[in-house]
Design a binder for this molecule. Structure first.
Ligand code: ADP
Ligand code: TRP
Length: 326
């Protein structure tokens, strides 16, 4: 089973939603699947980031995040999307079998146009590029957060449509892989954690900033001595770092009353800092060796290309493209 996922280098520090909804799953999947493909979606970032230097910096930072979080370049194939321009050819091929109506229903485009933001064609076609990322490798399992499920369904539709039109099996249908217990990580205000809502707890920020975000988590005004709702945001976030026994104990303490939200936040903060400390150290070390990071990405691109080439060839062949031997 081929696993593949990507993260956009948009320049924002990764947050707990990105970690539990995406990165951690990437790391765990290395245990169960051979050669998962993980990539930095720099072409995708072009719909919003318009500064080349900035993109290069962001890309390096995401590479560090991946590696620090435990993506192991020996077990996984880590590459930069734009090192495989083949993905753009498949994007075009897919776009010719994708109805406009399908893309008009995509959340990202709908939200942007509802807000009155001027929408570029790249944003409109974003799901096609994402489908090409996936289908280029006949990926079957794609670990993403809940919010990306629609894109995955579109990728399936495009694969089916291409295979149907050209009477072939060149493309495989991918499945989303969504971790149920971490499906949506809430932000400090109780809405989905997202950089767009200014409610994030960053993974690798300085301790002071992390502390500030944790202490800012919304709570209600239940007095300390009263029972607390063990489902409320601060407990949900605590649970992400707790083992089953700790979770159970926390539910009991919440129900019993006498537990202040401030204490829960403090315990959450300690757990969170402990959890990310080894990664923070690894990241700082890697940051000193940009050439090693570039080597990892170059090797990854070569390995990814070896998988992609036969798939793209099969599509070109089915679609009657190219002169044989040219
Ligand atoms: P943001 O919502 O902050 O803009 P992105 O859209 O860049 O985050 O998301 C990158 C990855 O992290 C995606 O796979 C997405 O599904 C996942 N993700 C983002 N926020 C959350 C969240 N609150 N809970 C679970 N997964 C999330
Ligand atoms: N659209 C994804 C996001 O916003 C990033 C992405 C691009 C991706 N291509 C992908 C994720 C292919 C999984 C598979 O998070």
């Amino acid at each position: 089973m081929r696993v593949l996922a990507g993260i956009k280098p948009t320049g924002d520090a990764l947050h707990l939603g990105n970690y539990f909804g995406a990165l951690r799953q990437f790391v765990d999947l290395q245990e169960d699947y051979a050669e998962p493909l993980y990539f930095i979606a720099d072409y995708h970032s072009m719909t919003t980031v318009r500064d080349g230097e900035q993109r290069r910096r962001n890309t390096f930072n995401v590479a560090l995040d991946f590696l620090a979080a435990g993506v192991d370049p020996k077990r996984s194939i880590l590459y930069l999307q734009s090192d495989l321009p083949e993905v753009c050819e498949l994007t075009w091929i897919l776009s010719t079998v994708t109805p406009m109506g399908l893309l008009e229903r995509a959340h990202a485009y709908k939200d942007a146009s509802a807000k009155g933001t001027s929408v570029n064609h790249g944003l409109f076609a974003y799901p096609v590029l994402m489908a090409a990322d996936i289908l280029l490798f006949r990926s079957e399992l794609v670990p993403v957060g809940q919010d990306q499920k629609q894109h995955l369904e579109m990728a399936r539709d495009m694969a089916e449509s291409f295979n149907h039109h050209y009477g072939c099996e060149a493309l495989a249908l991918p499945e989303p892989y969504i971790l149920e217990d971490a499906a949506v990580v809430p932000g400090t205000d109780g809405r989905k954690m997202s950089k767009s809502y200014d409610n994030v707890i960053p993974m690798f920020a300085g301790k002071k900033q992390v502390k500030k975000s944790v202490m800012g988590i919304v709570t209600d005004s239940t007095p300390v001595e009263d029972p607390k709702d063990p489902e409320s945001v601060v407990f949900q976030l605590y649970n992400l770092f707790a083992d089953p026994e700790e979770r159970k104990a926390m539910v009991e303490r919440a129900r019993a009353g006498g537990l202040g939200y401030g204490n829960v936040k403090k315990e959450l903060l300690d757990k969170l800092l402990d959890h990310f400390e080894p990664m923070r150290e690894r990241r700082a070390e890697l940051e000193q060796h940009p050439d090693d990071v570039a080597d990892i990405l170059r090797t990854g691109a070569a390995r990814a290309r070896a998988i992609a080439t036969p798939v793209l060839e099969a599509c070109r062949e089915a679609a009657g493209l190219g002169t044989p031997g040219a």
